[in-house]
Design a binder for this molecule. Structure first.
Ligand SMILES: Cc1cc2nc3c(=O)[nH]c(=O)nc-3n(C[C@H](O)[C@H](O)[C@H](O)COP(=O)(O)O)c2cc1C
Length: 373
Protein backbone atom coordinates (compact mmCIF):
# COMPACT_ATOMS: atom_id res chain seq x y z
CA UNK A 1 0.00 0.00 0.00
CA UNK A 2 1.43 3.46 -0.85
CA UNK A 3 2.48 5.30 2.25
CA UNK A 4 1.47 8.82 3.16
CA UNK A 5 3.95 11.64 2.79
CA UNK A 6 3.01 13.11 6.16
CA UNK A 7 4.41 10.16 8.07
CA UNK A 8 7.60 9.74 6.05
CA UNK A 9 10.85 10.88 7.69
CA UNK A 10 12.34 14.23 6.74
CA UNK A 11 15.97 15.30 6.88
CA UNK A 12 16.78 18.70 8.36
CA UNK A 13 20.46 19.49 8.04
CA UNK A 14 22.28 16.67 9.80
CA UNK A 15 19.17 15.19 11.46
CA UNK A 16 16.53 12.75 10.29
CA UNK A 17 13.14 13.38 11.92
CA UNK A 18 10.64 10.51 12.18
CA UNK A 19 7.76 12.26 10.38
CA UNK A 20 6.56 15.56 8.90
CA UNK A 21 3.81 16.47 11.36
CA UNK A 22 5.40 18.85 13.86
CA UNK A 23 4.48 20.94 16.87
CA UNK A 24 5.43 24.62 16.36
CA UNK A 25 6.32 26.85 19.31
CA UNK A 26 3.53 28.00 21.63
CA UNK A 27 4.27 30.22 24.63
CA UNK A 28 2.95 28.79 27.90
CA UNK A 29 3.64 31.88 30.08
CA UNK A 30 4.33 29.50 32.94
CA UNK A 31 7.83 30.34 34.16
CA UNK A 32 8.67 32.43 37.22
CA UNK A 33 8.95 36.18 36.50
CA UNK A 34 11.47 36.91 39.25
CA UNK A 35 13.91 35.11 41.53
CA UNK A 36 16.26 32.19 40.96
CA UNK A 37 13.69 30.19 38.92
CA UNK A 38 13.21 33.05 36.42
CA UNK A 39 12.78 31.72 32.89
CA UNK A 40 13.21 28.06 33.83
CA UNK A 41 10.85 25.33 32.62
CA UNK A 42 8.40 24.07 35.23
CA UNK A 43 6.44 20.83 35.65
CA UNK A 44 3.82 22.44 33.40
CA UNK A 45 6.30 22.62 30.53
CA UNK A 46 7.53 19.08 31.14
CA UNK A 47 4.03 17.57 31.08
CA UNK A 48 2.91 19.75 28.15
CA UNK A 49 5.85 19.03 25.83
CA UNK A 50 6.36 15.43 26.95
CA UNK A 51 2.72 14.62 26.18
CA UNK A 52 2.91 16.04 22.63
CA UNK A 53 6.07 14.02 21.93
CA UNK A 54 4.34 10.85 23.16
CA UNK A 55 1.39 11.77 20.93
CA UNK A 56 3.53 11.11 17.88
CA UNK A 57 4.63 14.42 16.33
CA UNK A 58 7.92 14.28 14.47
CA UNK A 59 9.43 17.23 16.29
CA UNK A 60 8.54 19.47 19.18
CA UNK A 61 9.71 23.06 18.91
CA UNK A 62 9.70 24.49 22.42
CA UNK A 63 8.18 27.95 22.79
CA UNK A 64 9.90 31.33 22.34
CA UNK A 65 12.78 31.40 24.84
CA UNK A 66 14.67 34.63 25.58
CA UNK A 67 18.34 34.89 24.61
CA UNK A 68 18.60 37.71 27.14
CA UNK A 69 16.39 38.37 30.15
CA UNK A 70 15.15 41.50 28.37
CA UNK A 71 14.49 39.45 25.24
CA UNK A 72 11.57 37.49 26.74
CA UNK A 73 8.11 38.30 25.43
CA UNK A 74 6.26 38.19 28.74
CA UNK A 75 7.63 38.24 32.25
CA UNK A 76 6.54 34.58 32.49
CA UNK A 77 8.34 33.36 29.37
CA UNK A 78 11.25 30.93 29.24
CA UNK A 79 14.79 32.26 29.09
CA UNK A 80 18.15 30.67 28.37
CA UNK A 81 20.48 33.58 29.05
CA UNK A 82 22.62 31.90 31.72
CA UNK A 83 24.60 28.63 31.89
CA UNK A 84 23.03 27.97 35.28
CA UNK A 85 19.69 27.41 33.49
CA UNK A 86 20.99 24.54 31.35
CA UNK A 87 20.06 21.64 33.69
CA UNK A 88 16.42 22.76 33.90
CA UNK A 89 16.17 22.66 30.10
CA UNK A 90 17.99 19.31 29.91
CA UNK A 91 15.06 17.53 31.58
CA UNK A 92 12.71 18.99 28.96
CA UNK A 93 14.89 17.82 26.05
CA UNK A 94 15.13 14.33 27.60
CA UNK A 95 11.36 14.01 27.97
CA UNK A 96 10.78 15.05 24.34
CA UNK A 97 13.34 12.50 23.17
CA UNK A 98 11.81 9.80 25.35
CA UNK A 99 8.55 10.45 23.52
CA UNK A 100 10.39 9.73 20.26
CA UNK A 101 10.34 13.25 18.84
CA UNK A 102 13.18 15.55 17.80
CA UNK A 103 13.65 18.42 20.26
CA UNK A 104 14.11 21.95 19.01
CA UNK A 105 13.79 25.22 20.91
CA UNK A 106 12.87 28.64 19.56
CA UNK A 107 15.23 31.46 20.53
CA UNK A 108 13.88 34.99 20.70
CA UNK A 109 14.54 38.62 21.37
CA UNK A 110 11.12 40.25 21.50
CA UNK A 111 12.28 43.88 21.04
CA UNK A 112 9.37 46.31 21.24
CA UNK A 113 6.95 43.45 22.00
CA UNK A 114 8.87 42.39 25.13
CA UNK A 115 8.02 42.86 28.80
CA UNK A 116 4.31 42.07 28.63
CA UNK A 117 2.11 40.32 31.13
CA UNK A 118 1.31 36.63 30.61
CA UNK A 119 -0.80 36.08 27.48
CA UNK A 120 -4.03 35.36 29.36
CA UNK A 121 -3.81 38.42 31.63
CA UNK A 122 -4.87 42.01 30.95
CA UNK A 123 -2.90 42.89 27.74
CA UNK A 124 -0.17 45.49 27.93
CA UNK A 125 3.23 46.14 29.43
CA UNK A 126 4.12 44.54 32.77
CA UNK A 127 4.93 46.96 35.58
CA UNK A 128 8.31 46.91 37.32
CA UNK A 129 6.64 45.20 40.31
CA UNK A 130 5.37 42.47 37.97
CA UNK A 131 8.93 41.98 36.68
CA UNK A 132 8.76 44.28 33.63
CA UNK A 133 11.64 46.25 32.08
CA UNK A 134 12.43 49.08 29.63
CA UNK A 135 11.98 47.75 26.09
CA UNK A 136 14.27 48.44 23.12
CA UNK A 137 13.82 48.14 19.34
CA UNK A 138 15.25 49.27 15.98
CA UNK A 139 13.39 52.60 16.26
CA UNK A 140 11.41 54.39 18.97
CA UNK A 141 8.06 53.30 17.49
CA UNK A 142 5.57 51.50 19.77
CA UNK A 143 3.76 48.41 18.45
CA UNK A 144 0.28 49.80 19.19
CA UNK A 145 -1.52 52.37 21.33
CA UNK A 146 -1.28 50.14 24.44
CA UNK A 147 2.46 49.51 24.08
CA UNK A 148 5.36 51.43 25.63
CA UNK A 149 7.71 53.47 23.42
CA UNK A 150 10.93 51.46 22.98
CA UNK A 151 14.44 52.83 23.30
CA UNK A 152 16.47 52.72 20.06
CA UNK A 153 19.08 49.95 20.17
CA UNK A 154 22.72 51.00 19.80
CA UNK A 155 25.41 49.32 17.70
CA UNK A 156 26.85 47.91 20.93
CA UNK A 157 23.45 46.53 22.00
CA UNK A 158 23.14 44.77 18.64
CA UNK A 159 26.52 43.08 18.95
CA UNK A 160 25.44 41.91 22.40
CA UNK A 161 22.18 40.51 21.02
CA UNK A 162 23.92 38.63 18.19
CA UNK A 163 26.33 37.09 20.70
CA UNK A 164 23.41 36.28 23.02
CA UNK A 165 21.67 34.29 20.26
CA UNK A 166 24.86 32.29 19.69
CA UNK A 167 25.37 31.62 23.41
CA UNK A 168 21.73 30.63 23.98
CA UNK A 169 22.04 28.22 21.04
CA UNK A 170 25.14 26.69 22.61
CA UNK A 171 23.27 26.28 25.91
CA UNK A 172 20.34 24.64 24.13
CA UNK A 173 22.63 22.03 22.58
CA UNK A 174 24.39 21.49 25.90
CA UNK A 175 20.96 20.86 27.40
CA UNK A 176 20.43 18.11 24.82
CA UNK A 177 18.27 19.83 22.20
CA UNK A 178 18.89 18.58 18.65
CA UNK A 179 18.86 22.09 17.22
CA UNK A 180 17.46 25.59 17.53
CA UNK A 181 14.99 27.82 15.76
CA UNK A 182 15.66 31.54 15.41
CA UNK A 183 12.45 33.53 15.83
CA UNK A 184 12.46 36.06 12.98
CA UNK A 185 8.65 36.23 12.75
CA UNK A 186 5.53 37.66 14.40
CA UNK A 187 6.79 41.18 14.90
CA UNK A 188 9.61 40.31 17.31
CA UNK A 189 13.04 41.95 17.15
CA UNK A 190 14.48 40.42 13.97
CA UNK A 191 11.20 40.95 12.12
CA UNK A 192 11.07 44.53 13.49
CA UNK A 193 14.39 45.11 11.73
CA UNK A 194 13.10 43.59 8.44
CA UNK A 195 10.09 45.84 8.21
CA UNK A 196 10.06 49.50 7.15
CA UNK A 197 6.96 49.80 9.36
CA UNK A 198 9.14 49.39 12.47
CA UNK A 199 12.67 50.12 11.25
CA UNK A 200 13.28 53.81 10.46
CA UNK A 201 17.03 53.66 11.04
CA UNK A 202 19.46 55.42 8.75
CA UNK A 203 22.57 53.52 9.87
CA UNK A 204 23.79 50.18 8.49
CA UNK A 205 20.99 48.30 10.34
CA UNK A 206 18.21 50.05 8.45
CA UNK A 207 17.28 51.69 5.15
CA UNK A 208 17.40 49.32 2.20
CA UNK A 209 16.81 45.55 2.10
CA UNK A 210 20.46 44.81 2.88
CA UNK A 211 20.44 47.04 5.97
CA UNK A 212 17.10 45.79 7.28
CA UNK A 213 18.09 42.12 6.91
CA UNK A 214 21.59 42.52 8.36
CA UNK A 215 20.63 41.52 11.90
CA UNK A 216 18.96 38.28 10.77
CA UNK A 217 21.93 37.31 8.65
CA UNK A 218 24.46 38.08 11.38
CA UNK A 219 22.43 36.11 13.92
CA UNK A 220 22.21 33.09 11.61
CA UNK A 221 25.95 33.21 10.92
CA UNK A 222 26.84 33.60 14.60
CA UNK A 223 24.56 30.73 15.64
CA UNK A 224 25.87 28.49 12.87
CA UNK A 225 29.46 29.21 13.95
CA UNK A 226 28.58 28.17 17.51
CA UNK A 227 26.58 24.97 16.90
CA UNK A 228 28.64 23.04 14.33
CA UNK A 229 26.39 21.00 12.08
CA UNK A 230 23.34 20.89 14.40
CA UNK A 231 20.05 21.80 12.71
CA UNK A 232 19.31 25.52 12.52
CA UNK A 233 15.72 26.53 11.74
CA UNK A 234 14.51 30.07 11.02
CA UNK A 235 10.88 31.09 11.42
CA UNK A 236 9.86 34.08 9.33
CA UNK A 237 6.70 36.07 8.81
CA UNK A 238 6.68 36.06 5.03
CA UNK A 239 4.59 39.25 4.82
CA UNK A 240 3.35 42.07 7.07
CA UNK A 241 0.00 42.00 5.21
CA UNK A 242 0.29 45.77 4.65
CA UNK A 243 1.33 47.31 1.38
CA UNK A 244 0.00 44.53 -0.84
CA UNK A 245 -3.24 44.31 1.14
CA UNK A 246 -4.20 47.66 2.73
CA UNK A 247 -5.77 50.43 0.65
CA UNK A 248 -3.43 53.04 2.13
CA UNK A 249 -0.44 51.12 0.69
CA UNK A 250 1.57 51.51 3.91
CA UNK A 251 5.10 50.11 3.67
CA UNK A 252 5.82 46.80 5.30
CA UNK A 253 7.82 43.62 4.87
CA UNK A 254 6.62 41.87 1.72
CA UNK A 255 6.48 38.36 0.31
CA UNK A 256 8.85 39.44 -2.49
CA UNK A 257 11.43 40.47 0.13
CA UNK A 258 11.02 37.12 1.89
CA UNK A 259 11.63 35.34 -1.40
CA UNK A 260 14.83 37.34 -1.80
CA UNK A 261 15.95 36.76 1.79
CA UNK A 262 15.51 33.00 2.26
CA UNK A 263 18.29 31.83 -0.10
CA UNK A 264 20.64 34.21 1.72
CA UNK A 265 19.65 32.73 5.09
CA UNK A 266 20.32 29.24 3.75
CA UNK A 267 23.69 30.36 2.40
CA UNK A 268 24.43 31.80 5.86
CA UNK A 269 23.70 28.47 7.55
CA UNK A 270 19.94 27.94 7.95
CA UNK A 271 18.79 24.35 7.37
CA UNK A 272 15.05 24.97 7.27
CA UNK A 273 12.59 27.85 6.89
CA UNK A 274 9.38 27.71 8.93
CA UNK A 275 6.86 30.02 7.33
CA UNK A 276 4.31 32.10 9.17
CA UNK A 277 2.98 35.61 8.50
CA UNK A 278 2.02 38.86 10.23
CA UNK A 279 2.47 40.11 13.76
CA UNK A 280 4.37 43.34 13.19
CA UNK A 281 1.58 45.74 12.23
CA UNK A 282 -1.26 45.89 14.72
CA UNK A 283 -3.99 46.84 12.20
CA UNK A 284 -2.86 44.71 9.24
CA UNK A 285 -5.52 42.71 7.42
CA UNK A 286 -4.34 39.16 8.00
CA UNK A 287 -5.81 36.35 5.90
CA UNK A 288 -7.99 33.70 7.46
CA UNK A 289 -9.47 30.30 6.77
CA UNK A 290 -7.94 26.83 6.51
CA UNK A 291 -4.40 26.89 5.18
CA UNK A 292 -4.37 30.71 5.00
CA UNK A 293 -0.54 30.83 5.06
CA UNK A 294 0.21 27.99 2.65
CA UNK A 295 0.61 30.43 -0.26
CA UNK A 296 3.58 31.92 1.60
CA UNK A 297 5.22 28.53 2.25
CA UNK A 298 4.79 27.69 -1.43
CA UNK A 299 6.44 30.97 -2.50
CA UNK A 300 9.35 30.52 -0.08
CA UNK A 301 9.88 26.91 -1.13
CA UNK A 302 9.93 27.85 -4.82
CA UNK A 303 12.29 30.76 -4.17
CA UNK A 304 14.73 28.38 -2.49
CA UNK A 305 14.56 25.87 -5.35
CA UNK A 306 14.89 28.61 -7.99
CA UNK A 307 17.96 30.04 -6.23
CA UNK A 308 19.62 26.62 -6.14
CA UNK A 309 19.51 26.54 -2.32
CA UNK A 310 16.75 24.02 -1.63
CA UNK A 311 15.93 23.44 2.05
CA UNK A 312 12.90 21.99 3.78
CA UNK A 313 10.06 24.45 4.35
CA UNK A 314 7.34 24.17 6.99
CA UNK A 315 3.77 25.38 6.48
CA UNK A 316 1.53 26.37 9.37
CA UNK A 317 -1.77 28.07 10.10
CA UNK A 318 -5.18 26.44 10.40
CA UNK A 319 -4.08 23.11 9.00
CA UNK A 320 -6.87 21.12 10.55
CA UNK A 321 -7.00 17.65 9.04
CA UNK A 322 -4.78 14.80 7.89
CA UNK A 323 -6.19 15.12 4.36
CA UNK A 324 -5.42 18.87 4.16
CA UNK A 325 -1.90 18.29 5.49
CA UNK A 326 -1.21 15.44 3.08
CA UNK A 327 -2.45 17.48 0.10
CA UNK A 328 -0.07 20.36 0.94
CA UNK A 329 2.83 17.89 0.83
CA UNK A 330 1.58 16.18 -2.34
CA UNK A 331 1.32 19.60 -4.02
CA UNK A 332 4.93 20.27 -2.95
CA UNK A 333 3.91 23.50 -1.26
CA UNK A 334 5.85 22.48 1.86
CA UNK A 335 7.96 19.64 3.28
CA UNK A 336 6.71 19.73 6.86
CA UNK A 337 3.31 20.53 8.39
CA UNK A 338 3.04 22.32 11.72
CA UNK A 339 -0.13 22.14 13.82
CA UNK A 340 -0.38 24.33 16.89
CA UNK A 341 -3.85 24.85 18.36
CA UNK A 342 -5.03 21.38 17.29
CA UNK A 343 -2.41 19.93 19.63
CA UNK A 344 -3.51 22.08 22.56
CA UNK A 345 -6.82 20.27 22.78
CA UNK A 346 -5.67 16.96 21.31
CA UNK A 347 -2.09 15.97 22.13
CA UNK A 348 -2.68 12.56 20.51
CA UNK A 349 -3.89 14.08 17.21
CA UNK A 350 -1.11 12.33 15.23
CA UNK A 351 -2.62 8.95 16.21
CA UNK A 352 -5.94 9.82 14.55
CA UNK A 353 -4.20 11.49 11.59
CA UNK A 354 -2.17 8.32 10.98
CA UNK A 355 -5.39 6.29 10.90
CA UNK A 356 -6.97 8.71 8.39
CA UNK A 357 -4.00 8.17 6.06
CA UNK A 358 -4.12 4.36 6.56
CA UNK A 359 -0.79 4.29 8.37
CA UNK A 360 0.01 1.57 10.90
CA UNK A 361 -0.66 2.78 14.45
CA UNK A 362 2.45 4.01 16.27
CA UNK A 363 1.60 4.08 19.94
CA UNK A 364 3.97 3.92 22.89
CA UNK A 365 4.20 0.34 24.17
CA UNK A 366 2.52 1.39 27.41
CA UNK A 367 -0.63 2.20 25.42
CA UNK A 368 -0.42 -0.55 22.77
CA UNK A 369 -1.74 -3.31 25.01
CA UNK A 370 -4.91 -1.32 25.55
CA UNK A 371 -5.65 -1.45 21.83
CA UNK A 372 -5.65 -5.28 21.75
CA UNK A 373 -8.83 -7.15 22.54
C1 LIG B 1 -0.98 29.85 22.79
C2 LIG B 1 -0.12 30.15 21.60
C3 LIG B 1 1.19 30.56 21.79
C4 LIG B 1 2.03 30.79 20.69
N1 LIG B 1 3.35 31.07 20.89
C5 LIG B 1 4.21 31.13 19.84
C6 LIG B 1 5.62 31.21 20.04
O1 LIG B 1 6.14 31.14 21.16
N2 LIG B 1 6.40 31.32 18.92
C7 LIG B 1 5.88 31.31 17.66
O2 LIG B 1 6.64 31.42 16.70
N3 LIG B 1 4.56 31.19 17.45
C8 LIG B 1 3.72 31.08 18.51
N4 LIG B 1 2.39 30.85 18.28
C9 LIG B 1 1.90 30.66 16.91
C10 LIG B 1 1.80 29.17 16.54
O3 LIG B 1 3.09 28.57 16.51
C11 LIG B 1 1.13 28.97 15.17
O4 LIG B 1 1.93 29.60 14.20
C12 LIG B 1 -0.28 29.52 15.11
O5 LIG B 1 -1.03 29.13 16.25
C13 LIG B 1 -1.00 29.09 13.84
O6 LIG B 1 -1.07 27.68 13.77
P1 LIG B 1 -2.45 26.88 14.11
O7 LIG B 1 -3.53 27.47 13.26
O8 LIG B 1 -2.13 25.45 13.78
O9 LIG B 1 -2.74 27.08 15.57
C14 LIG B 1 1.52 30.65 19.37
C15 LIG B 1 0.18 30.29 19.19
C16 LIG B 1 -0.63 30.01 20.27
C17 LIG B 1 -2.05 29.55 20.04
Amino acid sequence: MPRSRLFQPVTVGSLEVRNRLWMPPMCQYSAAAVGPELGRPTDWHRVHYGARAVGGVGAVIVEATGVQKEGRISVNCLSLHDDAQIPSFARLATLIHEGGAAAFIQLIHAGRKASTRAGWKEPGPATAEEGGWQIAAPSAIPFDARSAVPRELTEEDLHGIIAAFAQAARRALEAGFDGVQIHAAHGYLIHQFFSPASNHRTDRWGGDFVGRTRLAREVVRAVRAEIGDAPLLVRISATDWTQEYLEDGRPGWTLAESERLVPELVADGADMINVSTGGNVSDARIGSGPGYQVFAARAVRRALVDAGTPAPVAACGLILSAEQAEQILVDEDADVIEIARVLLTDPMAPVAWRARLREEPALPSQYLRGTKR
